[in-house]
Design a protein around this ligand. Sequence first.
Ligand code: GCB
Length: 871
Amino acid sequence: MKHSKIHIINKNIILLLCFLFVLVSFSQHKTIHSGWQFSENKISWETINIPHTWNKDDAFDDTRGYRRGMGYYKKQVFISSEEKDKIHYLKFNGVNQEATVYINGKQVGNHKGGYTAFNFEVTPYLIYDEYNLIDVMVDNSHNIDIPPLDADFTFYGGIYRDVELITLPKQHFSLDDFASDGFYVDYYEVSDEKAGIEITSILKNASKSNSNVKLHLILYDDKGKLIKERTEILMLPLEAANEVKIKLSEVYNPKLWSPDNPYLYKLQLILQDEKGNLLDSKSSNIGFRWVSIDSENGFFLNGKPIKLIGVNRHQDYQGYGNAVPLEIQKKDIELIKNMGANVIRFAHYPHRRELYDLCDKLGILVWTEIPVVNKVTNSKAFFDVCINMQNEHIKQYYNYPSVVMFGYMNEIFLRLAFDNKSSDEEKNQLKTTSLKLARQLEDLTRQLAPNHITVMACHLNEVYNETGIADLPMLLGWNLYFGWYDKEIQDLGIFLDNQHKRYPNRSLLLSEYGPGADVRIFTKTPKKFDFSTDYQAKLHQSYYKQITDRPFMTGMTAWNFADFGSEFRGDAIPHVNQKGLVQYDRRPKEIYYWYKSVLDDDKPFIHIATDYLSGLTLLENESYPIQVFSNQEQASVFLNDEKVQDVNIENGFAIAELHFFDGVNHIKIISENTSEEKKVEVKRISNLDFKDFNRFGINIGSHFYFSDVNHQITFIPDQPYKKGWFGYLDGKPFRMTKDKNQGIPHNIKNSTSEPLFQTMLEGCSTYKIDVPDGNYKVDLFFVEPQIKPTENIYNLSEIDNTSTKIQRIFDVFFNEQLVEKQFNLASAYPEKYGVSLTSTIQISNNNGLTISLKDFKGEPVISGVLIEKLD
Ligand code: GCB
């Protein structure tokens, strides 16, 4: 028995290999990456490889500036006359955002939309036994007929996904149905007992005569063992494409697919001619699963409740823009799985298809959507592009068993909500148009994907309820930023309870949440909008509890898996949205490990959150709270081999208040099943004598530490003056907006030390630092915060425009010595420059250093100070 099983498996493998071998000579997909020519102006050309974008650097570089416009690509391909009887397609898997394709100077087609695949049949344009010229004209300029019109991510232009040259026999699986694979898998009667699939194939016969073919469908289990098969003999009418529906009979006791056990069967579709020669072949993952949602009890997979906890993902990556090699992208999905997530929202557009295949394999449920974001255009052309895009999206992504949710809009009223120029009538018109488009997309989605869940995401605004748009999708996503753009962290639950009460029949998902966080910023006292990783931990930890406490919530997807490029943004790193759980280059922030602690119970796990505590400086007897993340219940904390305390780990974390020594400290956390160790280097200063150190930096006006690579120092938080130490005698932290928690200046030029400049004291006339007598070099840091305030709709706070007129002029003294007379940042540095003033000073008579800022006009500002002892 055992022997014969092995025999069958082997036989199948041989069979498969035979098919693959023959396949190469029949239908062929050639990826054409190399040796393309690219030009921005058709005058000077450079040789590039695909994937490619022309915005990978300029979207981050203020000097060059982000170029939205045209890009021209060309490449020669030789087509042999041996291919003369074949059909040829050129397939583009992603070109942002409009492409016009020419072969040998003749236009073969145009495609609008940057995130779905498209193809053109190029057979009539080819010249055999010669080089054929492919020209692609790409346009990423703002086009009111192509979504997204406006969004918080960079629209990198270029051919940024693979280009394929596909050669097919005359009879093949059609490529003409919105560039899908030409077949669709539907599941029927899926249960624990049995499960079936029905396959709809679109078979095309491009020859001038009717053709008889065989369609052979085979279902294998995950070991390659044949489970079901069926062969149909079909007559394909000449020059036509036809749909064929074939059911495979049910599999009994099927192995169900789930995040815990992503069991995949494999479907092979083989098209042969009447003599049995292979024509074309396709395959698909088959995962038997069924999903349902319930507005009281959340999400169900295979009849069992499952809380969806995961992330949103954008596709770009530091240094690559959107032209990211596939293997690097696959790592994201692995990292997400490793964190313990069971869901990904591919935001705000379809990502590479290979990643969905990986979600099938790793067991991650998927929400996928098209980029209709922030606003719509009231034009037929815009509607047509959206409808076409959703057709492409659903048909290209239909067969992945991981895909359970299809979406089509994100925060569609965001622009409207911040529009103070349009009349009420114009606004009502926009509401009506958006609702009309939403209805069309919802209907289309339900019609094309009747077994999937339709979704849409809204931002915090009543307009979604008022207009009724929120009632359209089967599952409503709320993107909620309580404790960041809005109110406080605890307001999340209050809002959700209220929505649930008002709309008890709606199923809800928290589709986005999260604060910005920069690994260079840490603090004992995290505050809203400080970009500290500590505030990030606080918010995520609380949100997780608030969602898991509410059974009606289907789940939550954090914004965002990784930091991503957003050209207009100016957070702690300009042009980058820093809400990632991992950095732009995917190095995990601490919060990544916290998620792992609550989501992944595969193995005992402890993480000590000290990875970015670089240059921690502690004064006098100061201690520092260290977060310990773990999936264990209890642990003992050791510092430098001495037991300090036992901690209970709740909600995945515990805090250990540690009294570090000066120098390298050794932390060890031991739980019953595992342990973890970390070293932390600490500078403990018992007074400002400058004996064991010769540099000292203060992040004036700020409550956080900032570890600054440029100055090779960690600036420590500010304080009111304390004798023997340092601090301000007057002044208050500067804020640009009425919301006192937000409103730090953005996009500071000439610096990558934004967190040093962004926070500052305003109205400080005296700052004292009690350094001993000696010779010092002192750097002071300034920025004029009120030049050209950045209008950022994602910082949902009011900008005080009157402030642009404010001028400040002040004199700067070190003790009595004048350093700068009539310092006028606004006129000396007309852009928002990070400015430093450097001067030496001889301190004597135990006077310490007094920095005086004497106002001449307006209130002085100061961002930081760095003192170095010279001898
Ligand atoms: C949102 C948007 C997303 C933004 C995010 C943010 O609600 O859907 O595209 O990136 O907020 O960070 O502000």
